[in-house]
Write a protein that binds this ligand. Structure first.
Ligand SMILES: Cc1cc2nc3c(=O)[nH]c(=O)nc-3n(C[C@H](O)[C@H](O)[C@H](O)COP(=O)(O)O)c2cc1C
Length: 146
């Protein structure tokens, strides 16, 4: 099964998990970048609100043809108990008919809310959610230094 892993990371934890999965599954991974650079403060305001309202944000072109994959894994951090806004942008890229696995990295403050609503966004694209899991990273909010 040809698998692509699409992930967004702010602090690096989701990247670590995506790369681990890519090795385990023999999958290709693509890191998604927001078009506008975000500061740590900007991740809370407006980032947290965007997450809670399930707002998509502009992302840089992915450079991948997703139609060629059977299964797509999406990984994203939890912000204000919802998937970070880039998750909503990634969902908009999904071609119909794919099997989708979701994983969300959370630090341990507020747990992921409304998992069913998150899955529904993917199903609305004509895709099937085959799994959804939370990875407890124990990581405090931070910005990856690059
Ligand atoms: C803006 C912001 C909001 C966050 N909100 C939550 C939250 O509601 N619940 C939680 O458990 N962790 C929360 N965290 C912590 C992250 O989910 C956690 O550190 C995660 O591992 C980050 O993944 P990343 O390093 O790939 O960005 C938040 C972090 C940030 C930056």
């Amino acid at each position: 099964m040809k698998t692509a892993i699409l992930y967004y990371t702010f602090g690096g934890a989701t990247k670590k998990e995506a790369e681990r999965m890519a090795r385990e599954l023999g999958a290709v991974s693509y890191r998604v970048f927001e078009a506008r650079k975000r500061s740590l403060i900007g991740s809370f305001i407006p980032g947290g609100l965007q997450a809670m309202h399930r707002k998509a944000v502009k992302i840089k072109p992915l450079g991948a043809e997703l139609a060629g994959f059977d299964r797509i894994v999406i990984g994203c951090p939890v912000w204000a108990a919802y998937p970070a806004p880039a998750f909503n942008s990634i969902v908009e890229l999904l071609p119909a008919g794919k099997e989708v696995e979701l994983f969300f990295c959370e630090g341990g403050s507020d747990p992921l809310a409304d998992e069913e609503g998150t899955k529904a966004l993917v199903e609305k694209r004509g895709c099937k959610v085959v799994s959804c899991r939370v990875v407890s990273t124990g990581e405090k909010p931070s910005k990856l230094k690059e």
